[in-house]
Write a new protein. Sequence first.
Length: 73
Amino acid sequence: MARRPREPVAHAGIHRGVHFSLKPNAAPGYWRYAYAVGDRARCGRVQGRLPLLAIRRVQMRIDRDMRSNRTGD
């Protein structure tokens, strides 16, 4: 029987022209992220058991930062 492919350990992607990276944290269920919007670099931690959930949460943070930069000008 064929084995199911495993989820990647780390993820890097582009969301709305912003490059981001996502790696598992030492604590289970938490992920470290990093991205830069404009001249500000952001890094932090998101919670999500599934990698796709963590990716979505990082994308939502990118959207929020992009909105605040646009209204802050």
